[in-house]
Design a protein around this ligand. Structure first.
Ligand code: MG
Length: 294
């Protein structure tokens, strides 16, 4: 009991503890990242120019074909204040496939993307263990969870050797029943027992959580490696769904755990892209300010 109490307190460097902790939480920077389709522009250079004009510091490319794009991306980012944040999936097959050929396709393509992610200095490669539509899939049992943790351990150690990680993304029950909550992804990362296995939160999928704050706190700094953001009604630019698009509670958790990774746009756009992207960035910055302790 005593040990648990100490551990819980150490997760809260912000308001709950010292003056220094509060200052560190209040000073924390919001590092915004865009996926490749987020910014307007005819090509990558134009998109990155637009991103720089808004002070965006992260870029999240898709993983498909990444090996062949490493030099292109390095060249495009050279001299800019933008780094690769995370890599979004892009592999073939899936890790819980019952068919050995499909599992092998996952192993081969995922490792190729992880290697490229390491070369690009990415925080990790995002993955989902199994979408509902991916079949035949191993049954949702305790044995499967153990198998998943063992397989993730091997993959995580490989990612670590490449200087990066694999990032588990919980979705929602309509898309991937296997892993729905941030706490569940973080617990699987913990049980995989590799520093190369992490978790993330996506404000869109987090509609099933009872609390944004609780969800992100449950992963804590040790496991939370990436965050996705979108409007909360229709998965468009933050702000397009009005009052629904409140992220302050989640941002408060990011401040308290001292989250130093990226919040990355993963969303569509319901109107003029340049206008709506700019408004979304302004909204997030305003809500980030609002999420200060006091
Ligand atoms: Mg996502």
């Amino acid at each position: 009991m005593g040990t648990a109490a100490v551990a819980a307190t150490s997760l809260l460097p912000g308001c709950a503890s010292s003056k220094e902790g509060k200052k560190a939480a209040d000073d924390l920077e919001l590092k915004i990242s865009f996926q490749e389709g987020t910014a307007p522009g005819e090509n990558l250079a134009e998109k990155l120019d637009f991103m720089e004009s808004l002070g965006i510091v992260g870029f999240e490319p898709g993983g498909r074909g990444l090996k062949g794009r490493v030099q292109e991306i390095k060249d495009a980012l050279n001299g800019r204040n933008i780094k690769v944040s995370a890599i979004c999936a892009g592999f073939g097959g899936f890790i819980l496939a019952e068919d050995p050929a499909v599992k092998n396709e996952f192993d081969t393509t995922m490792r190729e993307i992880v290697e490229a992610a390491g070369e690009l200095g990415s925080t990790g490669v995002i993955m989902v263990p199994a979408f509902n539509g991916q079949k035949p899939c191993m049954p949702h049992t305790l044995e499967t969870r153990d198998y998943l943790c063992e397989e993730l351990h091997k993959l995580g150690e490989f990612a670590k050797s490449c200087g990066t990680t694999v990032i588990l993304e919980p979705l929602n029950r309509a898309e991937a029943f296997y892993m729905r909550l941030v706490a569940d992804a973080a617990a699987i990362a913990r049980d995989a027992d590799s520093e190369g296995v992490k978790a993330m939160g996506d404000f869109w999928h987090m509609k099933e959580e009872t609390s944004d704050f609780g969800a992100l706190m449950s992963a804590g700094k040790q496991y939370l490696q990436h965050v996705h953001i979108a409007s909360r009604g229709n998965r468009r630019m933050p702000g397009e769904d009005g009052e629904l698009d409140n992220y302050v509670d989640g941002f408060r958790a990011l401040r308290q755990i001292g989250y130093d990774k990226y919040v990355s746009f993963e969303c569509g756009c319901g109107g003029d892209r340049a206008t709506l992207v700019t408004a979304a960035v302004n909204l997030l910055r305003a809500q980030w300010e609002e999420s200060r302790c006091c």
